[in-house]
Design a protein around this ligand. Structure first.
Ligand code: IPD
Ligand code: CA
Length: 271
């Protein structure tokens, strides 16, 4: 029997169902108060009981619905099935954990599905507000059912650009230097604290563009697809693919100008 081709629309339906339940858990746990607080890579890189509980819940739900798939999650790493899997789910149980900690309503469950190493479906759900962004490859990007097209801005000097910073002090020093060089070239900068949501805001045109060094796959897998399907270019610098060195998401009319500045400032370099 030949294996059925995984259908992005089908995977998206599952992603949405699972992400909604996961977001409910995150917001219910937040209402009950933050617990299980611990640190990871640095003293400011935090994890809570909710990050872990949400990840366990999502992995269990996917095991039930798609037992042959692999899962990569931020908190527990890889969960691999016995046989090699074509489908891999990529999960950030809570993107924006520092916002979660402070009760700022900007944290999200981010869940993407890869087929043969390519992201084909994704959902980002703001667990505090219930806003939800979805995309399938070739099928467009949507917020709560409304199709997204990104910003129509064509002038970098008039652009509102979102970015973020890592948890490592040396990296932050480099990122701050880049910011100092970029500030005079753009309208303004926004730092909201959740990369997946930043990418969705860029997809929606609520910011004109977004860039960040140091993201992990779970930070950008779903949001990157949402931005790309909204018509943005989502890439690294100088024809590099997205990766830990750089993720830029900008409408085609802005991408080159932003990229030029980021290259000039060595934004993908440093620690
Ligand atoms: C972080 C957020 C933040 C970004 C960091 C990420 P986390 O993810 O997305 O906005 O600037 O680079 O690590 O720790 O909240 O899952
Ligand atoms: Ca996270």
């Amino acid at each position: 029997m030949t294996e059925q081709e995984p259908d992005p629309a089908e995977l998206m339906k599952i992603a949405v169902e699972v992400a909604r339940e996961a977001a409910r858990t995150a917001s219910e746990m937040r209402l009950a108060g933050v617990s299980g607080l611990a640190t990871k890579s640095t003293a400011t890189d935090v994890v809570t009981a909710a990050d872990r509980a949400v990840e366990r819940q999502v992995v269990a739900a996917l095991r039930e619905l798609r037992p042959d798939d692999a899962v990569l999650g931020e908190e527990y790493g890889d969960a691999v099935p016995a046989a090699p899997a074509r489908v891999r789910w990529i999960l950030d149980p809570i993107d924006g954990t520092v916002n979660y900690l402070y009760g700022l309503p900007n944290y999200a469950v981010s869940l993407a599905a890869e087929v043969d190493g390519r992201v084909v479906a994704g959902v980002v759900r703001n667990a505090a507000t219930g806003a939800e962004w979805t995309a399938t490859v070739g099928g467009g990007a949507f917020r709560d059912g409304e199709r997204l097209h990104g910003s129509a801005q064509t002038d970098l000097a008039q652009s509102l650009v979102a970015t973020g910073f890592g948890y490592d002090a040396a990296r932050r020093v480099h990122q701050a230097r880049v910011l100092v060089g970029l500030m005079p070239k753009v309208r303004d900068i926004r730092r909201f604290g959740a990369a997946a949501l930043d990418l969705c805001l860029a997809a929606e045109g609520q910011v004109d563009a977004y860039y960040e060094k140091g993201l992990n796959l779970w930070d950008h897998a779903a949001g990157g697809l949402v931005a790309a399907e909204a018509g943005l270019l989502v890439a690294g610098l100088a024809a590099a693919p997205v990766g830990p060195d750089m993720v830029v998401a900008a409408p085609p009319a802005l991408f080159s100008a932003l990229q030029e500045q980021l290259i000039r400032l060595d934004a993908a370099g440093g620690p």
